[in-house]
Write a protein that binds this ligand. Structure first.
Ligand SMILES: C[C@](O)(C(=O)O)[C@H](CC(=O)O)C(=O)O
Ligand SMILES: [Mg+2]
Length: 292
């Protein structure tokens, strides 16, 4: 079954589908074993975690592909990837889609910001014309080889143009072939309901922390017609806070005793990785070698 088909099946089976950010391969393994059904690679996350950069369109297609490949080789959950503005014009976008499919991604979202993009929850975003974004979507849709590969259009228009204009854009994007709409940085029940009533494709709600949107529950969002709920950087933010505490404690206390309880144990780490199965195989191989 293709990654895209798996994603669509998960979407159909869950109202709404929770999609959790997994900053690396190991996080993806944990998310799967805990019971999640869809995972996400954040553009901001790749920039921050893998390159130490802000989320300002400075990472390339290949930078993101490298992280996609690491995650899809380790975990077979359907992965949605943030492809920012698609990295260029129609030919570049087509290449982006082909490379994402080959790397095992199930879904992408492409946004209507200018190439000098910003995080969707920051001020002073600029967006391209509806026509230009429609061309981006058509290029993406034409390039897919798996008809189930899920192509979502993200609109950042609400902040600058307001609700009605953002919905009008979303309609044009669906007309151009978008399979879903990521309504970025909208805020209230009324906004979510308006998007979902106006469109007959699934709507994504971005529950990113410390942004412009309240942290609504999946039940609430589901009632308002939302089909997908995204937690792009939640685990990453928590990991960073935990690491910060460890680094400070080591410096201040001269040892880590005060924070050992906050750490995942060696046993838990190994359990997620199936370490003991590998070890048994290794032991068996060594034993065979000795019997010869
Ligand atoms: C979803 C997002 O595009 C991302 O890169 O993860 C970001 C998340 C964030 O910065 O909180 C966005 O909303 O722009
Ligand atoms: Mg992003």
């Amino acid at each position: 079954m293709s990654a895209g088909k798996k994603f669509r099946d998960a979407l159909n089976a869950n109202q709404p589908l929770q999609i959790v950010g997994t900053i690396n391969a190991y996080s993806a393994i944990m998310a799967k074993q805990i019971g999640h059904q869809a995972i996400y690679l954040s553009g901001g996350g790749v920039a921050n975690a893998s390159y130490g950069l802000p989320d300002l369109g400075m990472t390339s297609l290949n930078d993101v592909i490298a992280d996609v490949q690491r995650i899809t080789s380790a975990c077979d959950l359907p992965l949605m990837v943030d492809i920012d503005t698609g990295w260029g014009g129609a030919f570049n976008i087509a290449k982006t889609i082909r490379d994402m499919e080959k790397a095992g991604a199930a879904a992408v979202h492409i946004e209507d910001q200018v190439a000098q993009k910003r995080c969707g929850h920051r001020p002073n975003k600029e967006i391209v014309s509806t026509e230009e974004m429609v061309d981006r979507i058509k290029a993406a849709v034409d390039a897919r080889t798996d008809k189930d590969f899920f192509i979502m259009a993200r609109t950042d228009a609400f902040a600058q143009e307001g609700l009605d204009a953002a919905i009008a854009r979303a309609k044009a994007y669906v007309e151009a072939g978008a399979d879903g709409i990521f309504a970025e940085a909208i805020q209230t029940e009324e906004h979510y309901r308006a998007f979902s009533e106006a469109l007959d494709v699934p709507i994504l709600a971005n529950m990113t922390e410390f942004g412009k949107t309240e942290l609504w529950s999946k039940q609430q969002l589901g009632e308002w017609g939302v089909g997908m709920v995204l937690y792009p950087l939640s685990a990453f933010r928590a990991m960073n806070k935990a690491a910060e505490l460890v680094y400070r404690t080591l410096l201040n206390d001269g040892d880590q005793k005060a924070v050992v309880d906050t750490m995942q144990t060696r046993m838990d780490l190994y359990d997620y990785l199936g370490y003991h199965d590998y070890e048994q195989k290794l032991d068996a191989l060594f034993a065979q070698g000795k019997n010869k």
